[in-house]
Structure formats: structure tokens, C-alpha cells
Design a protein around this ligand. Structure first.
Ligand SMILES: *Cc1c(COP(=O)(O)O)cnc(C)c1O
Length: 400
């Protein structure tokens, strides 16, 4: 086994420099815990960025992967694939959608959503209605159309020319959204809880108004649930929290429990805009990843994890609010389910490093927002341990 230092040096030498990485290598995981190259243990409150929602190496997921790997890893989508069919059925039976397309990532699912919305719009309304409105501080991925949909200029700088046909509105502001919409608008694409943009939550009245607007103006509603989906917010899909009825939904991150899979879901009416040849992905929905995702879905639904997420989310949020009363550095606690955050009155990177030193993995997004995405299997004593470490770290940082 290589030490942290050896792996850091090797990586710096050979891997393209696109991530601001912390100087450890994680080599093993179990449940809510991971271990680094030097054997140090950490409590994982990031879950591989909302991926390992059923915990690391869940036995049912490991078994499904092992069995499928020994049976059939990959076949082309020129043939029907049993675990892919089953997963599609399970997603459809548990959501608004009628049909599913599988791909390999969140960005790719959003690319598919953009293509589907445009294709549907052209068929239904003609060439003039093609524009997609997305939100400021949104995040939809790093491929060219997805980063154009992403309403944060910092992700777009240096990559012009960007695809045309996107406009932006401030998240949570109905009046502003109405002003940005025009006869050329075919869809609104939105995260039910903004993840990378700072774990931003909008009021219920906003979502009611948005649903009304979608109906009145006859446009498509695309929900990007790449981060908020699969039980993370205390509902299987976050749109359920607001009584929304989307036309299109994208999933990835937690869907495959750590195997790379994304999905694009739609109502029959919208999905019918695609015909053979319109969209494809070689690996999309292959036997291995769909067998893993099936196991993840079964764990989520059969083990009552979505309900558990509500309970643990409420407890964690309450504990974070208590922490905020002791540390003036925390200006707001917010989020939904186990997608939670503390906004600080200063940059959060050094807090993340200090937590890591004390054995707690968290993340900082939007500069000053500490983000918590523990596995949905988390227990209250793990939350207590995380709060103790945060309390110590914030106390020390407050003195400095
Ligand atoms: C992470 C994320 C994406 C991009 O997913 P990738 O798998 O990294 O391409 C898209 N949308 C949202 C909301 C995300 O959180």
C-alpha cells in the first residue's frame, strides 16, 4: 500500500491539474467511514459528493456488483438489457416519469435533457421556441452545454464560444423569472435545492408560482436532481417536497452508489420526441451499473432510508443551529433533509482542512458555505461526533 505522500507525488506528476485536492488519498471505506493511505480514519460527511448515499461498500450493493461482474459486464444498447429494464421500471414506478434514458454522469444527463427539450419544442411549437432558462448560482455540469446552462460565469470563463439559447434568472425570484421568459422560451431548468451554488433553498410559494408559470406559458419544467435526488432531501426526489410535476428530470451521483451512471427521465409525451438515432451512449445503462443502481434503489426503498434521512436531517439541522448560537462565524444554517450547510462570515477552506485533520470530511462550496452530505445511513452518534469536531474547529478558528 502506498502512503499518502507517495500517492500525492505520483498524482501531481501524472494526473491533469483540474482539482484543488487535499493532500491525502482515500483507500478504503465502510458505511460512513473512510481510511487514508497512512491508515487514518475519517467520518465521511461528504459521501463522494452526494454519491455514497447508502454508505461505503453496502453489502447488498457489493454483492450485486460482484454477481453481475461474473455474469455480464457490458453489452451494446442494440440489445435489451435486463437490469436496465428493471431499473427503468423501478424509477418510473416511483416518480412522475414514464420513460428513462441512461447515460454515465450528471452533465451527460443534462445534455440529454437539453437535447430532448429542444427536440420536443421544435416538434410541438416550431423553430422559434428553443430557449432554456436556468438559474443564477445553478450548477449543471462541465460539458459545453451543461456549463452554459450553469448560471455562474466562473465556470464559463475561457471556453467561449458557448452554445446559444440560454438565459438566466435569479433563483427564488418569480417576478424576475417572468421577465426573462419570452415567446422563445421552451423550458425552465432548475435544481430543487441548489447544491454547488451554496445549498440554496427557495420558499414554497416560489415553487407554486413556478408551477403556475410553467402551465400558463406552456413551457417544459426540467428538474436537475443530480444532487438532490435519490432520497437526499428526505423524499425520494426533491421535487416531491414542493408538489411539482416536472416534464423532465435528470439523475446521477447517488443513483449508482458509486458506479458511474446518469439518467434522463421524462413523461411519455416529451420522451416521444426522441426516435432511434436521436441520442445514444455506448456505456449508458450497461449491465454492471444498472445492477448496482437496482441494489441501491432496493436499499433506499426497503430499508426505509428516505424516512431515516428526514429524521437524521432534522436532528442534524437542529444541532447545527445550536452550534450557530455558540459561534458567530456561522451566519445561517440551511438545507433540506441531509443536504445541509452553514454559511460563514468568512472563507471556509481552512475550516475544511482543520476538520480533515481531526478526522471529519466535509466540503466548502461557493467560497464560504460549509456543506454536509453524509450518507443517508448516518446515525445520531455520528452526527454528534461531527458536531463535536466542528465545535472544536470553529472555537480554534474564532481565536485566530
Ligand atoms: C454534480 C452535479 C452535476 C454534474 O454531474 P457530473 O456527474 O459531475 O457530470 C449536475 N447537476 C448538479 C445539480 C450537480 O450537483
Amino acid at each position: 500500500m502506498m502512503t499518502n505522500q507517495e500517492q500525492v507525488e505520483q498524482g501531481r506528476h501524472y494526473v491533469m491539474n483540474t482539482y484543488g485536492r487535499l493532500p491525502i488519498a482515500l483507500v478504503r471505506g465502510l458505511g460512513a467511514r473512510v481510511w487514508d493511505g497512512d491508515g487514518k480514519e475519517y467520518l465521511d460527511f461528504l459521501s463522494g459528493l452526494a454519491v455514497n448515499s447508502v454508505g461505503h461498500c453496502h453489502p447488498k450493493v457489493v454483492k450485486a456488483i460482484q454477481e453481475q461482474a461474473a455474469k455480464l459486464l457490458h453489452v451494446s444498447n442494440l440489445y435489451w438489457i435486463e437490469p436496465q429494464n428493471k431499473l427503468a421500471q423501478m424509477l418510473v414506478e416511483n416518480s412522475f416519469a414514464d420513460k428513462v434514458f441512461f447515460c454515465n454522469s450528471g452533465a451527460e444527463a443534462n445534455e440529454g435533457a437539453i437535447k430532448l427539450a429542444r427536440k420536443y419544442a421544435k416538434k410541438r411549437w416550431g423553430e422559434e421556441k428553443y430557449e432554456i432558462i436556468t438559474m443564477e448560482h445553478s450548477f449543471h455540469g462541465r460539458t459545453l452545454a451543461a456549463l452554459t446552462a450553469t448560471g455562474q460565469p466562473k465556470y464559463q470563463e475561457g471556453f467561449a464560444p458557448l452554445p446559444a439559447g440560454f438565459r438566466y434568472a435569479p433563483f427564488g425570484d418569480l417576478e424576475a423569472l417572468q421577465k426573462v421568459m419570452g415567446p422563445q422560451t421552451c423550458a425552465i431548468m432548475i435544481e430543487p435545492v441548489q447544491g454547488e451554488g451554496g445549498v440554496n433553498v427557495a420558499e414554497r410559494s416560489y415553487w407554486e408560482g413556478l408551477a403556475q408559470l410553467v402551465k400558463e406559458k406552456d413551457v417544459l419544467l426540467i428538474v436537475d436532481e443530480v444532487q438532490s435526488g435519490m432520497g437526499r432531501t428526505g423524499k425520494l426526489f426533491a421535487y416531491e417536497n414542493y408538489g411539482l410535476k416536472p416534464h423532465i428530470m435528470t439523475l446521477a451521483k447517488a443513483l449508482g452508489g458509486g458506479t458511474p451512471i446518469g439518467a434522463l427521465l421524462a413523461s411519455d409525451e416529451v420522451a416521444d420526441a426522441f426516435s432511434p438515432g436521436d441520442h445514444a451512449s455506448t456505456f449508458g445503462g450497461n449491465p454492471l451499473v444498472t445492477a448496482a443502481a437496482l441494489a441501491v434503489m432496493e436499499v433506499l426503498l426497503q430499508d426505509g432510508l428516505v424516512k431515516h434521512c428526514q429524521t437524521m436531517g432534522a436532528y442534524f439541522q437542529e444541532e447545527l443551529k445550536k452550534l450557530a448560537t455558540r459561534h458567530s462565524m456561522i451566519v445561517e444554517v440551511r438545507g433540506l433533509g441531509l443536504m445541509l450547510a452553514c454559511q460563514l462570515n468568512r472563507e471556509g477552506a481552512s475550516i475544511v482542512s482543520s476538520c480533515l485533520q481531526k478526522g471529519l470530511i466535509i466540503n466548502c462550496t461557493a467560497g464560504n458555505v460549509l456543506r454536509f452530505l453524509p450518507p443517508l445511513t448516518i446515525q445520531s452518534q455520528d452526527i454528534d461526533q461531527a458536531i463535536t469536531i466542528l465545535d472544536e474547529v470553529l472555537t480554534e478558528a474564532g481565536k485566530g
